[in-house]
Design a protein around this ligand. Sequence first.
Ligand code: SF4
Length: 550
Amino acid sequence: MHYHLITLNCRYSHSCLALFYLRNALERHLPGCRVGMSQLTINDPYYDTLLRISGNEAEALFFSVYIWNSAYISRLVRDLARLRPDRPVILGGPQAPVLAGLTDRCTVIHGEIEGVDDSFYADLQQGRLRPAYRAVSGRPFFSPYRPQDFAGLLANRQIYYESSRGCPFFCSYCLSSVKHGVFHKEIETVRQELAAILEQRPVIIKFIDRTFNDDPHRALAIWRFLAARPGTTRFHFEIAPDRFTGEMFAFLETVPPDLFQFEIGIQSTDPATLAAVNRKMDVELAAANIRRLVRLDSIHLHVDLILGLPCDTLESFRRSFNRVFELEPHYIQMGQLKVLPETAIRNEAENFGIIYCEQPPYEVLATRWLDHRTIGFLHALGECVEAFYNNRFFRSLWRYILNRRQEPFLFFQALLETARDHGFFELAHTPELLARILCELAAGRPDRELLLELLRYDWLRCGHRRLPRYLATTPAGDIRAEMRRQLPQNYTGLFTYRDRDEFLKQRAFLRLSGAALRELGLSRNGRAGTVCFLPEQTTGVIKHSRAILL
Ligand code: SF4
């Protein structure tokens, strides 16, 4: 028998762990069967994808269905059924139940493949599948990868791994809260599986454990194991920010930059909002821990806020945003609430006055506390945060806003207005466009000159050798000539008389006021000075050219 397993990922670099579990389960239950796999993307042209799949001669097609690909798969399955109405199609994954009954030969698997009993495989072999099979949950599962996968199906892709399944919490908007119970793999099994994966030297392993540190001791044991392994693989974890121990922090202080990255769900800092979605989190402790992690400057921190939760007003969202911004994470994501089928919030949507999109991913459109217009405004503000903040471009500017105790939300509100005037939502968000919009914003502020100085500094710190026209100050040739006159023949650590000319030609220089130098922490004496940008990169999470005051 020949089966083909298909999914559509969001990006080419992603991979689909579920297909590998399914392949192994089919081969184990039906020895001798032939299993093929296609990992396509939702951005692939529809007709081309359809031709690729329709040309496959497999006796049954399996699709892994998620919120992001269910519309695409639903279209594919209906068209494939018109071409070969007799060929069974089996749908699995969290969104599969939503597509039940799509065609006459469509079967839905509810739950994890490990929990499906033998009758499914017998029915598959005999070509008499039922419309649905229900898996028993809590069955053991093992890493599904084989060494040869890494050179083929997984080449140049992110590797996903789960050391546990399920989540101990019950946030009402989350699919993980629907199933009860958490299953942790034996720690020794985890070590062995990870060791086998690491032999293949993947670029990144993403742990999909829903709360990786729900058991802090176990999390620490896995971290210790990973940090002790040689190699350059990075590791990504979804972390609960209020579940850290002193021992974990003591260990994290020893972790080199770029080894770990943490995704941290804050969602809201508003107590009423958190209570309305049944989310248990000690906000004060979470904030203190994030601050501590930021200070380490070795772990990339991605913090999530959810827009459109019940009870969340414009004012409370504004407070959450300000609070998160003040923690200075490297990335702030403002994602819309998605009102997913089977979640508790879906059942309560009417009570909360939640209107959401009819089709996946079911984004919130309005709530009793945020009308549609306000949600639109916050979404646009989130786009600005994504473009301007979630990169390395303007880090001194964000620090300045915090040092001056300016309200981050109001700053981004003003930035959004200026951005809209520039047609921001119709243009490519290049660094040039972003810097130009910030210059425009600065023009209307009393601290204009200082802001422009910080923008120039940030621009050159990102490795550019010249300032763009709208940021230009003293012509580059003039400052270079001045440096040529002023700098000594030998400068310890920078150049000797032999390579002085080359140094002056290659480096970027910037004249800054005493106020700007103080703001940047480069000098406190109040005198103006010249900063030189070196080719070496700084060592923390965010990499910049090293800058020194001459
Ligand atoms: S949002 Fe996170 S903590 Fe809450 S139930 Fe889902 S996975 Fe668990």
